[in-house]
Structure formats: structure tokens, C-alpha cells
Design a protein around this ligand. Structure first.
Ligand code: FES
Length: 129
């Protein structure tokens, strides 16, 4: 079964219509109220898949794909600023994407992070279209 069918909320709410613009720009991906403090949420925009986390009122965005074996980080646990991958328990810092703990027997790459703005209750992230 495609797990995307049961993703929580509007997973693709952004306005990206084309993937061919060269300049990065902020795209609205959702409402701040959908991600309360201490929570995280998956969003998709065009072909990209993001994890947005709210840590004590500060929003962070990163790629939602684990750099080890492509598991969805949004299925893992958020503990403070750290998200734990549900597959092999790698831990990443949502603020900078750095690896806090590698999975056993592997040395993995950091996760790409994105600039986030919250204006008028809407979350925007800077996306290179
Ligand atoms: S897929 Fe994330 S730690 Fe293995």
C-alpha cells in the first residue's frame, strides 16, 4: 500500500507549478497551526518531500528523506531539535541537518535544510525550483 495515501493533512499545498525556474524562492507549504511546538509534519511541494519541525516556536525545514536508506524522517520521533530515523535510528539535528548519531556500521551524510519563514500564520520555505 502506498503510504502517501494516508499522509496527515494536505501534503502538497504549495504553489510550485514548474521545476524549471533557476532562482530559489519562498513557497508557502502550509499553516503554522498545523505544526504546534514540539511536533513535526510532512509536506510535499512539487517533487520535493519536506519535514517541518517546530522546536519551541522556531520552525525548521529539512529534506524528509534519510541519507542512509531513504526512510521518511517524518515517520520518526522528534526529541527537542533532533529527529530520529525510524529505520535504523540515525539522529539528525533539524536546525542544520547534521548527523548527531550514525546508524550502526554506517557513516552517513547530513540532511539538506531549508530556510523557513512564518508570516501571517503561513509557513514558507526557500525552494530552488
Ligand atoms: S534509513 Fe534512516 S537510519 Fe537507516
Amino acid at each position: 500500500m502506498d503510504r502517501d495515501l494516508f499522509a496527515i493533512g494536505p501534503v502538497d499545498s504549495c504553489s510550485v507549478k514548474s521545476r524549471f525556474s533557476a532562482l530559489p524562492k519562498f513557497e508557502v507549504i502550509g499553516n503554522a497551526g498545523e505544526v504546534p511546538a514540539g511536533k513535526k509534519k510532512r509536506y510535499r511541494c512539487g517533487l520535493a518531500d519536506f519535514l517541518v519541525a517546530n522546536v519551541d516556536g522556531v520552525y525548521y525545514a529539512m529534506s524528509n528523506t534519510c541519507s542512509h536508506a531513504n526512510e521518511l524522517l517524518s515517520d520518526g520521533m522528534l526529541v527537542g531539535r533532533q529527529v530520529v530515523c525510524p529505520a535504523h535510528y540515525a539522529v539528525f539535528d533539524v536546525a542544520n541537518g547534521q548527523v548527531v548519531r550514525h546508524p550502526e556500521g554506517a557513516n552517513i551524510a547530513p540532511i539538506k535544510t531549508y530556510k523557513v519563514k512564518v508570516e501571517d500564520g503561513r509557513i514558507s520555505i526557500e525552494i530552488e525550483n
